[in-house]
Design a protein around this ligand. Structure first.
Ligand SMILES: Cc1cc2nc3c(=O)[nH]c(=O)nc-3n(C[C@H](O)[C@H](O)[C@H](O)COP(=O)(O)OP(=O)(O)OC[C@H]3O[C@@H](n4cnc5c(N)ncnc54)[C@H](O)[C@@H]3O)c2cc1C
Length: 429
């Protein structure tokens, strides 16, 4: 049975929501209280942190402005990927081979964590292995060949290999791409199932989860941190800002480093001839700056994501994505689309995550730049380990020292919009 609720912060109702049935509700905060850690935001980052903090015996209250998963975590493409948004071949130019290797290993551990966490906690996430990364222009083919070689030779990653155009066409069921990489060491999942499972684990471990409880301000007062909401104040020794693209002006430093971009997905009805579209069941992303990403669901729908519609009305999403689907597989002309939705991805200047102590005792984990499915979950765990007195394994990410966006508070969003429009045009011509 489906739940008629719709996210107030993300357009359209997702297929994921209709495929999980009614979601458990968590009560609003009711009065003030004191805990060890207050977490702001109920997506992968916040819930993973809450689950691991509670399991370590640390008292934690998580405050979510809407329902858990209403942000990106319940509505994304479900692709785990490998490494970071910047490929190792690019990243090592900026930070050197050794640090780039360390970050690659963090991402590998994040992948393993996601699969182990869901297995150990009986969370069915519909995992399917395989990822294809494809060049949409001939000029990018050599970059893909080089990237596959570098990751094998310098990072010891044995699962990725270059594919010529013919093989890419066979694996996709379409000849519009020019070649790319086949990666058998990663895969794709049903994100809302993971999110709801993580929330269950957190609640069972004793984390207090509060929905429909927006944090209006987060401030240090007399050596403690106060998260003020309309229903009471949570006082804590530490706070985690896990609001990603939805943080608004809650914390000025975070807002200067992390900006939201809309991304959109459409789901078809189950395909009549599923074997003609990605017969191996891999997930796919491409070389466009405004990346297209797609895969089949467990019930053989095509879930196709792109980001070229700047209107957030769900009626505007479907025709845009339909055009992209039909351009890739002409035989899908007129395919029925059952759902079209969107969400907000948080990007940083360098497309690497923003991990920072923004004020004493207040940490932000955000800016996953479209690569947060595995990283946000794992970094939530690493945050909990650090608070519990374990080693600081977030340090390699914190050391990236992500620069703030230029333009100040008023100009940074229009400047990003202009940049995105420029890159989107470059993708086409
Ligand atoms: C359409 C789409 C497709 C994507 N596809 C992929 C993909 O295929 N692979 C991949 O790796 N990544 C993908 N991403 C990105 C990925 O979903 C995110 O990186 C990840 O989910 C971030 O999780 P999070 O917990 O940090 O943020 P979110 O899940 O966005 O959670 C933040 C939460 O904070 C809450 N919040 C904000 N302000 C407040 C406040 N003041 N008080 C209380 N609560 C507040 C919000 O309501 C929200 O629920 C995609 C994102 C989108 C939108």
């Amino acid at each position: 049975m489906s739940d008629p609720y719709r996210s107030p912060i993300s357009p359209g109702r997702s297929w994921y929501e209709d495929s999980v049935g009614p979601r458990p509700r968590h009560p609003r905060l009711d009065g003030s209280r004191t805990v060890d850690v207050v977490v702001v935001g109920g997506g992968f980052t916040g819930l993973s942190a809450a689950a691991h903090l509670a399991r370590a015996g640390i008292s934690v209250a998580l405050l979510e402005a809407h329902r858990l998963g209403d942000g990106a975590s319940g509505r994304n493409g479900g692709q785990m990927g490998t490494g970071h948004r910047l490929w190792p071949v690019e990243l090592e130019k900026h930070i050197g081979l050794e640090r780039s290797r360390t970050l690659f290993d963090v991402a590998e551990e994040a992948k393993a964590h996601l699969l182990a966490f869901s297995r150990e906690n009986d969370i069915e996430i519909d995992y399917r292995p395989g990822q294809l990364s494809l060049a949409h222009k001939k000029g990018y083919v050599e970059e893909y060949r080089k990237a596959a070689q570098v990751v094998a030779e310098r990072y010891g990653y044995a699962h990725a290999r270059f594919m010529e155009r013919g093989e890419a066409a066979e694996r996709l069921g379409s000849s519009v791409y020019f070649g790319g990489i086949s990666d058998t060491g990663t895969g794709h999942i049903h994100p809302l199932k993971l999110l709801l499972g993580t929330a269950r684990v957190a609640a069972e471990a004793g984390a207090a989860l509060h929905e429909e409880t927006p944090v209006l301000s987060l401030e240090r007062r007399g050596g403690r941190i106060e998260a003020r909401t309309p229903f009471g104040t949570v006082t804590a020794a530490r706070a985690l800002i896990a609001t990603n693209a939805h943080g608004g002006t809650l914390n000025a430093r975070t807002a200067a480093h992390v900006l939201p971009i809309r991304s959109f997905i459409a789901a078809t009805e189950p395909l009549a001839e599923p074997e003609r579209v990605i017969p191996g069941g891999e997930s796919v992303d491409d070389s466009r700056f405004v990346v297209r990403y797609f895969r089949k669901s467990a019930d053989n729908r095509l879930l196709f994501g792109g980001r070229e519609a700047y209107s957030s009305a769900s009626s505007a999403i479907e025709p845009q994505i339909r055009r992209q689907i039909e351009a890739t597989w002409p035989h899908l002309k007129g395919v029925p689309i059952s759902h079209a939705w969107g969400g907000s991805v948080a990007v940083t200047m360098t497309r690497m995550p923003y991990v920072a102590e923004v004020e004493p005792g207040i940490t932000t984990l955000a800016g996953w730049s479209g690569h947060g499915v595995m990283l946000s979950n794992f970094c939530g765990r690493l945050y909990a380990e650090r608070v519990a007195g374990g080693p600081d394994r977030l340090e390699p990410l914190a050391a990236l020292r992500i620069p703030a966006f230029p333009g100040g508070r008023r100009l940074r969003t229009p400047l990003l919009f202009l940049a995105m429009t420029w890159f989107s045009l470059r993708d086409r011509f």
